[in-house]
Design a protein around this ligand. Structure first.
Ligand code: TRP
Length: 469
C-alpha cells in the first residue's frame, strides 16, 4: 500500500530463521511450559503437546508465512490483499486487525514479566557477590514485595520496552536480524551448559522419567496443551505473518517452519530438563511444601535451589540472563507487528512507528504493572467474572483464551477455504520445489478440518467456563 516493497526490509535466509526462532522461543518455553508440564504431571501431557505442535501449530505457521510472503504486507494489509476477489473481501482485514490488537495487548504484559527476569538477574548478581542469605519463605515474600512495588514494576517494564523499541527502530536487517543472530546462539549455549550441568544433579533421572512417562491426561490438560502450542510458536496473531513478509523467495516455507517448530520444542524440553532436575533434587515432601504447582517457582524457589548447587553463583545469574534474552527476541517480534501496521497502513516512518507503538504499549502496560498488589482496585478488578483477578490476569485471559485461538482458527479457515489455491500452492513451492501430495495434507486435511475442529473445541471449552491461561 503506502510503501513500495523495495522500501520494506528483507531478512537474509539465516536471519529469517534466527528471527522467527527468536520470536517463538520465549517466556513460553522457559517459564510457562515447564510449569504447565509440572502441573499436568508431565509424560502424556508432553506427548499431546508434541502432537498439537505438529498437527495444529505447524500448518498454521505455514499458512501465516504463505500469506505474509505472498502479499509482502503486515497483517491487516496482507489479509485485505490476499482476500481480493474472494468471498468476504476486505472484511478479512479484521483477522489482521485482531492480530495487531492482540500483539499490542500481549506485549503490554509480556514485557512486564520480561522485566522481572532483568530484576532477578540483578538480584542474583548481588547474591552471587554478597552471598545468598534468604531462608525458604523469605524468597516468596521478597517476590511478593517486588510485585507489589509499583515504581519498580513500572520501571522494569519501561526498561524492557525501551530496549525493544531500540531494536525495532533499527529495522528488519540492522535491528531484528542482527540482534537475534547474536542472542540466539548465546541462548542456546547457556541452555546447553545448564543441561549438561543437570546430568550430575541427583534429580536428573527422576526428571527424565517424569517428562517421558505415560499416564492419564485430563481434559483440561488437553486444552492447555493445544492452547500452549499457539502461544509458544507465536502463531495466531500475525507475528509469523509479519516476519514472513520479510522472507526471501529463495527460502522454503515448509522447511523453515519445520525448523522453527523443531527448535522451539527442543528448547522447551531442554528447559524442562534443567528445571525438573533442580525440582526433583529435593525430597517429595519438601517439593510439595515449597512449590505447590505454582506458576511462580521461577522466582520464588529457583534462586534458592541454584545457590544450593555447585557453581550456583555462576549458574543463577546466567539463567536469568538466558530467560531475559529469550524474552527480548519475542518482545521484538510483538512490537514489530504493531510497528509494521503503522508503517504499511498508516504511512509512518519506522522510527515514528516504533516509538509510537512502544510508547502506547508501555502506557497500556501500566495498569498491569500496578495490578500485582500496588493498586488494590486494579489488582482485584474482575470484569470477566471470578475466573480472573486483576487487570494483568484479565488481559492474559483474553489474549491466551480468545485472541490466539480465534486468530488461529480464522487463519486456518482463510487459507484452507478462501485463499486462492493457486496462490498458496505456488507460494509453498517457491524456494522449495513441488511439495507433491503434502500440499493436500496441509491444506485439504489439516487447515480445512483438523485445525478448525481442534480450535473450535478449545473455544467451546472456554465458553463453557474453562480457561488455560
Ligand atoms: N512465542 C513466544 C513465547 O513462547 C511468545 C510470543 C512472541 C508470541 N510473539 C508472539 C505469542 C506472537 C503469540 C503471538 O514466549
Amino acid at each position: 500500500m503506502a510503501n513500495g516493497s523495495n522500501e520494506r526490509g528483507r531478512f537474509g535466509q539465516l536471519g529469517f530463521i534466527f528471527a522467527a526462532v527468536g520470536s517463538a522461543i520465549g517466556l513460553g518455553n522457559i517459564w510457562k511450559f515447564p510449569y504447565i508440564t509440572y502441573a499436568n504431571d508431565g509424560g502424556s501431557f508432553v506427548l499431546v503437546y508434541l502432537v498439537a505442535i505438529a498437527l495444529i501449530g505447524l500448518p498454521i505457521m505455514m499458512a501465516e508465512l504463505v500469506i505474509g510472503r505472498r502479499t509482502r504486507q503486515s497483517p491487516v494489509g496482507a489479509f485485505i490483499d490476499a482476500a481480493k476477489g474472494r468471498l468476504g473481501g476486505r472484511a478479512w482485514g479484521a483477522v489482521g486487525a485482531l492480530g495487531v490488537l492482540g500483539s499490542f495487548i500481549l506485549l503490554s504484559y509480556y514485557a512486564l514479566i520480561a522485566g522481572w527476569t532483568v530484576y532477578y538477574f540483578g538480584q542474583c548478581l548481588s547474591w552471587s557477590v554478597r552471598g545468598f542469605d534468604l531462608e525458604g519463605q523469605a524468597l516468596g515474600e521478597a517476590f511478593g514485595g517486588f510485585l507489589a512495588n509499583g515504581p519498580l514494576q513500572v520501571g522494569f517494564h519501561a526498561l524492557f520496552m525501551l530496549v525493544t523499541v531500540g531494536v525495532v527502530t533499527l529495522g528488519v536487517r540492522r535491528g531484528i536480524e542482527r540482534v537475534t543472530k547474536l542472542l540466539m546462539p548465546v541462548l542456546g549455549a547457556i541452555l546447553l551448559l545448564l543441561v549438561v550441568n543437570s546430568f550430575w544433579s541427583p534429580g536428573f533421572g527422576e526428571a527424565i522419567r517424569f517428562l517421558f512417562h505415560v499416564g492419564p491426561v485430563t481434559g483440561h490438560g488437553l486444552l492447555e496443551a493445544v492452547g500452549h502450542a499457539f502461544f509458544t510458536l507465536s502463531v495466531g496473531m500475525g507475528a509469523m505473518l509479519t516476519y514472513g513478509s520479510y522472507m526471501t523467495s529463495r527460502q522454503s516455507i515448509p522447511r523453515s517452519a519445520v525448523t522453527i517448530c523443531f527448535l522451539d520444542t527442543l528448547i522447551a524440553i531442554m528447559a524442562c530438563v534443567v528445571m525438573f532436575s533442580i525440582i526433583f533434587s529435593v525430597s517429595a515432601a519438601e517439593r510439595a511444601a515449597t512449590f505447590g504447582k505454582s506458576a511462580t517457582i521461577l522466582f520464588t524457589t529457583l534462586p534458592r535451589m541454584f545457590y544450593e548447587m555447585p557453581l550456583g553463583v555462576v549458574l543463577a545469574p546466567t539463567f536469568y540472563l538466558l530467560v531475559g534474552f529469550a524474552a527480548l527476541t519475542s518482545t521484538i517480534s510483538l512490537l514489530e507487528v504493531v510497528a509494521a501496521y503503522l508503517i504499511d497502513q498508516r504511512g509512518l516512518s519506522r522510527r515514528k512507528a516504533s516509538l509510537l507503538a512502544g510508547g502506547a504499549v508501555f502506557a497500556f502496560g501500566i495498569p498491569s504493572a500496578l495490578s500485582l498488589g500496588a493498586s488494590g482496585a486494579l489488582s482485584t478488578l474482575a470484569p470477566l467474572g471470578e475466573r480472573t483477578a486483576g487487570f494483568f490476569d484479565t488481559m492474559d485471559y483474553t489474549v491466551s483464551n480468545w485472541v490466539l485461538p480465534l486468530g488461529g482458527l480464522l487463519t486456518a479457515i482463510f487459507v484452507g477455504w478462501f485463499f486462492s489455491r493457486r496462490a498458496s500452492s505456488q507460494e509453498l513451492a517457491e524456494g522449495h520445489g513441488d511439495v507433491g501430495r503434502w500440499y493436500f495434507v496441509w491444506r485439504g486435511v489439516l487447515l480445512r478440518f483438523v485445525c478448525p475442529v481442534a480450535i473450535l473445541w478449545i473455544i467451546w471449552a472456554v465458553i463453557g467456563g474453562r480457561s488455560f491461561a
